[in-house]
Design a protein around this ligand. Structure first.
Ligand code: FE2
Length: 136
């Protein structure tokens, strides 16, 4: 089962965002560990729920910061957040309904999504937060 490591390349340099991301990495790994126990999936739904709850909080903090600096890419960035939440909620619904999910594909998807989102969207946001463009 895929896991994600907290490596230096994932640091954005923004303490608030990096702290949240470390916790997100832990939650994704906890979910992947629970998925490794499939099909005994009691722990999977709870771990998915923890990830959804914390992701919403974290995405909310990033989106508040985007609003504060009137970030130009805020709509595209927030839409990546919304899509991830939607997919995670759908997966949790499937689990809660007793459905089967492809745990290898889901763990790969979540690890890749998080790495890609941090390395692209979040790093750009951290740069903008450091150097907000003055607006008249
Ligand atoms: Fe983000």
């Amino acid at each position: 089962m895929e896991q994600i490591s907290w490596t230096d390349d994932l640091r954005t340099g923004n303490a608030l965002i990096d702290g949240d991301h470390r916790k997100l990495v832990g939650l994704v790994n906890a979910l992947c560990a629970a998925m490794a126990q499939a099909p005994a999936n009691d722990g999977m739904s709870a771990a998915m729920n923890d990830l959804i709850v914390y992701s919403k909080e974290h995405f909310g903090r990033e989106e508040t910061e985007m609003k504060r600096i009137q970030y130009v890419a805020s709509l595209a960035h927030a839409s990546e957040h919304a899509k991830l939440i939607k997919q995670a909620v759908e997966l949790k619904s499937m689990l809660d309904a007793g459905g089967m999910i492809n745990v290898v594909a889901v763990s790969g998807f979540l690890c890749e999504w998080l790495r890609h989102h941090i390395l692209t969207a979040d790093k750009k946001l951290a740069i903008a937060l450091k150097n907000p463009t003055p607006r008249g």
